[in-house]
Ligand binder design. Structure first.
Ligand SMILES: NC(=O)c1ccc[n+]([C@@H]2O[C@H](COP(=O)([O-])OP(=O)(O)OC[C@H]3O[C@@H](n4cnc5c(N)ncnc54)[C@H](OP(=O)(O)O)[C@@H]3O)[C@@H](O)[C@H]2O)c1
Length: 330
């Protein structure tokens, strides 16, 4: 954290907008493994097309976005790309230190005028979602990205009820509460967006990750319904359903993945699809996996997913050959 730049406010931290000179400073953040300077990030994505995309995001979903799961993986990339596009960002996760470091990096490397607020809370708890609502009451929020989530894997009968219930809270209850809260706010201002993180495992039952896949089926279903229901109120809703992605997810879920997507590509495809459709399968790998299963009857998809999970779970699996094991679904 940069001393003097962040003022503590209960469970959240506020940060003033950097001036242009500060945002151009070089220095320690990138060298220490933090984010790359804005110009390098823009060069990686193509500047001209990127400017139109950034303008669209600011106009439709600015000035503030709330991103849960912003300390790692897909949520972190969402927060960075939104800040690059010129939106101010409220970053939510449990890891206060990680959020503070990211906020300090953005302080150095984001566009002038971009502000960052961090809210370190546990979204498995009612108090967590309420703290987010409280910390954003004074902000003109136009976008919620609900990326916080985790998975489990292994035989269902060996699972911990406590952990599975926690997963229901983080993956389903928290997005429900926050979609209702921010959906009402966005409908009231006639403009806004909700991005809910599903998964390709949410399109059918998935043995050895039964409850996780069920949480993602919930997310997919509610997002599809809200897409239709809230569109006339000016609120865009998108389900993003990635395949296996290289993030902190696999370690926490006890899974091993083969081919993976990059979180930055998942974030980019998702933001590009927002306002244009109800579901996005980010990247070629997600499309390949989802479309190869789609024509099959549901029972066959479940059976294939069971074999895939046998190859992915670290819980003493009985790996059988499957056309998809090499691709490893997440
Ligand atoms: N990676 C994949 O293969 C994959 C595929 C399809 C869908 N997804 C979905 O994509 C979303 C993002 O996952 P990821 O791949 O980016 O995984 P990740 O790198 O592990 O990130 C998960 C994020 O969620 C936050 N989080 C977890 N539990 C939380 C809690 N109780 N309260 C608040 N924040 C919490 C984590 O922060 P803290 O630990 O700091 O709290 C972290 O920022 C998840 O919903 C996941 O299900 C992932």
């Amino acid at each position: 954290m940069i001393p003097g730049r962040l003022a503590s406010s209960g469970g959240c931290q506020r940060r003033r907008a950097p001036d242009a000179a500060q945002s151009r400073e070089g220095g320690t953040a990138a060298a220490a493994g933090g984010i790359r300077p804005l110009l390098l990030r823009q060069l990686a994505t193509g500047t001209k097309k990127g400017e139109r995309h950034d303008h669209r995001l600011r106009a439709a979903y600015g000035p503030w976005a709330v991103v849960t799961g912003a300390s790692s993986g897909i949520g972190r990339e969402m927060a960075l790309q939104l800040a690059d596009a010129g939106l101010s960002v409220v970053m939510v996760a449990r890891s206060r230190d990680v959020l503070d470091r990211l906020a300090a990096d953005l302080d150095l490397y984001s566009r002038p005028g971009v502000e960052v607020r961090t809210v370190a809370v546990d979204l498995a708890l009612d108090a967590g979602t309420m703290a987010v609502e409280k910390a954003t009451r004074d902000l003109d929020v136009g976008l919620l990205v609900a990326a916080a989530g985790f998975g489990t894997s292994g035989p269902f009968l060996e699972s911990s009820l406590e952990k599975e219930l926690e997963m229901l809270d983080v993956n389903c209850r928290a997005p429900l509460q926050m979609s209702l809260h921010f959906g009402r706010r966005f409908a009231g201002r006639g403009r806004g967006g909700l991005v809910l993180m599903g998964s390709i495992v949410g399109f059918q039952g998935t043995p050895k990750s039964a409850n996780y896949a069920a949480t993602k089926a919930y997310v997919q279903t509610i997002a599809e319904a809200l897409h239709a229901e809230l569109a006339p109120l000016g609120v865009d809703v998108l389900a993003s359903a990635p395949g296996p992605t290289d993030s902190g997810f696999a370690t926490r879920a006890g899974m091993q993945m083969g081919r993976t997507l990059k979180p930055e590509d998942v974030a980019r495809s998702t933001l590009a699809a927002l306002g244009r459709r109800s579901t996005v399968l980010p990247g070629a790998l997600s499309k390949l996996l989802a479309y190869s299963l789609a024509p099959m009857p549901r029972w066959a998809r479940v059976r294939i997913m069971g074999r895939v999970m046998d190859g992915m779970t670290k819980h003493g699996s009985t790996t059988k050959s499957s056309p998809m094991v090499g691709n490893r679904v997440g």
